[in-house]
Design a protein around this ligand. Structure first.
Ligand code: IPE
Ligand code: IPE
Ligand code: MG
Length: 250
């Protein structure tokens, strides 16, 4: 079976995904409310988009709200949603300046209407930009994405004149088109801040071969130097996709 992409010495990653974790602990350490941490975290999200653009990263996906985050206290969820609704429209000038196209990963139909409208408007407004794709992961879960992919495939199977053939033809490569990542490049580098060494339901399909980078840095403290460290680390890795070093050298 072929590898997901040609085995390459890692350079600048095309698609970087970030689990922006640690806002709450950052706030707690400063005797502030958790929402203050989220507000500061939103400023870092703004910064990282601009850094990623300037570094030539083509797609940046930011994990902003997971399917599991609904289980947080109502007040925190409401606060996060209203931050989204108020802060996102303010970023439109920056998104145009940096030629950012906003996209969404996740089911935003479940978001409160003000937040959903702000996201939809920003997506429409920036649809013509081509410098970098910013993929905001909202009400996103990797397991939910895979289940949605299975349902999508099953529906096609039920409607197909030759379902047995469709079933036979299903492969790792073709299944990708049933997922929500049809227009996404595979995640090359997955960064998680906040000190936890887990994926927390982010980009499960692509986690198969993404390079993982964990840092103790809390998200509101993330800096260009931190991003640069992650990229340097990534560049030093050998992406073998199951092969041997000797094969790659040929
Ligand atoms: C990440 O920071 C932001 C969201 C999940 C929305 P946390 O809020 O999880 O911060 P910690 O992990 O409690 O420090
Ligand atoms: C992951 O962080 C989700 C986001 C950053 C949006 P969490 O703080 O929700 O993850 P767990 O609960 O520590 O796994
Ligand atoms: Mg957390």
């Amino acid at each position: 079976m072929s590898s997901p992409k040609p085995a390459l010495k890692a350079g600048i990653p095309c698609h970087v995904g970030i689990v922006m974790d640690g806002n709450g602990r950052w706030a707690k350490a400063k005797d502030k409310a958790r929402l203050d941490g989220h507000r500061e975290g939103a400023s870092r999200a703004r910064d990282v988009v601009q850094w990623a653009h300037d570094l030539g990263i083509r797609q940046l996906s930011l994990y902003a709200f997971s399917t599991e985050n609904w289980d947080r206290p109502k007040l925190e969820v409401r606060g996060l949603m209203s931050l989204l609704a108020t802060l996102l429209p303010r970023e439109l000038p920056m998104m145009h300046e940096k030629n950012v196209r906003l996209r969404v990963l996740g089911d935003i139909s479940a978001l409160p209407s003000a937040a959903r409208r702000a996201v939809e408007l920003a997506c429409t407004e920036t649809a013509g930009n081509s410098g970098i794709d910013l993929i905001l992961c909202l009400n996103y879960g990797g397991q939910q994405e895979i289940i949605a992919g299975i349902k999508h495939f099953a529906r096609q199977l039920l409607a197909d004149a030759n379902p047995e053939q469709l079933l036979q033809d299903l492969s790792v490569q073709s299944f990708r088109s049933y997922l929500w990542r049809n227009e996404l490049r595979p995640v090359d580098l997955l960064i998680r801040t906040g000190g936890e060494s887990r994926i927390s339901n982010f980009h499960l399909w692509d986690a198969a071969y993404a390079e993982l980078y964990f840092t103790d840095c809390l998200w509101p403290d993330f800096s260009f130097a931190e991003l640069d460290r992650a990229l340097q680390d990534y560049a030093s890795r050998e992406r073998r996709f199951g092969r041997t070093s000797e094969q790659l050298a040929k």
